[in-house]
Design a protein around this ligand. Structure first.
Ligand code: 13P
Length: 251
């Protein structure tokens, strides 16, 4: 039941033209290959419709990097979950540490976003993770428990079962400092048992938990070999097919 996933998060990179070229290149590179994981690309809103169309009849799924916490209405500049779904995207990255830190996204806002995503048939890829000071103080388990409980534990078991989690220690994002596979395995297993306590062993067992933070061709295989690491959410190394492909092939 548990899926392995390698997902890219382009963040605020690539023009539409560059995004389309990437998808065309990835599609042709993956064609005919036997994949042992799902492949997802998270892209800026304005790219979604075009790249989702290009990705038709390919193994590439498309994710938005955010959606609004309101269903519709007078919210200038926002993009709703229904709009994201209408582009052909199937996933939405929510709760990324950059959105929490720079755009003030609270657990309460994230709960609304998750509910709207699910109501519109999107699969949330929900990010959690501690900052450096919290890791150094030994508070990382507590931090991820709080993030999960506050934003997600009001969901029914059925809805929680639709969510993909991504553990992204903030100190590892874009820094070249990857968590060791022991650190990743330890906290992923902890997250899984925390979920089991709330929703039961089966839902916890079926939950895909990705690792993110300076994951690359050099460390993906080691990370993905651990039993509770079900793939990766990849930033910098998802910006070129050359760097992204070996991560997909690490499974
Ligand atoms: P990097 O892979 O660039 O460290 O980014 C990870 C990330 O934030 C993915 O969401």
């Amino acid at each position: 039941m548990r899926k392995n996933i390698v997902a890219g998060n382009w963040k605020m990179n690539k023009t539409l033209c560059e995004g389309k070229s990437f998808i065309e290149e990835l599609k042709s590179t993956l064609s005919g290959k036997q994949l042992r994981c799902e492949v997802i690309i998270g892209a800026p809103f304005i790219h979604l419709a075009s790249i989702a169309e290009l990705a038709t009849d390919s193994p590439i799924g498309i994710a938005a990097e955010n959606c609004a916490d309101k269903a519709e209405g007078a919210y200038t500049g926002e993009v709703s979950a229904a709009m994201v779904a209408s582009t052909g995207a199937s996933y939405v990255i929510l709760g990324h540490s950059e959105r929490r830190a720079y755009y003030g996204e609270t657990d309460q806002i994230l709960t609304e976003k998750v509910k709207l995503a699910l109501a519109n048939g999107l699969t949330p890829i929900f990010c959690i993770g501690e900052v450096k000071e919290e890791r150094e103080a030994g508070k990382h388990f507590e931090v991820v428990e709080q993030q999960i409980a506050q934003a997600l534990f009001s969901l029914s078991a059925e809805d929680f079962g639709k969510i993909v989690l991504a553990y992204e220690p903030v100190w590892a994002i874009g820094t070249g400092l990857t968590a060791t596979s022991d650190q990743a395995q330890e906290i992923h297993a902890h997250i899984r048992s925390f979920i089991a306590n709330k929703y039961g062993a089966q839902i916890a067992e079926d939950c895909t938990i990705l690792y993110g933070g300076s994951c690359n061709a050099g460390n993906a295989q080691e990370l993905f070999s651990r039993p509770d690491v079900d793939g990766g959410l990849i930033g910098g190394a998802s910006l070129s097919v050359e760097k992204f492909l070996p991560i997909i092939e690490a499974f």
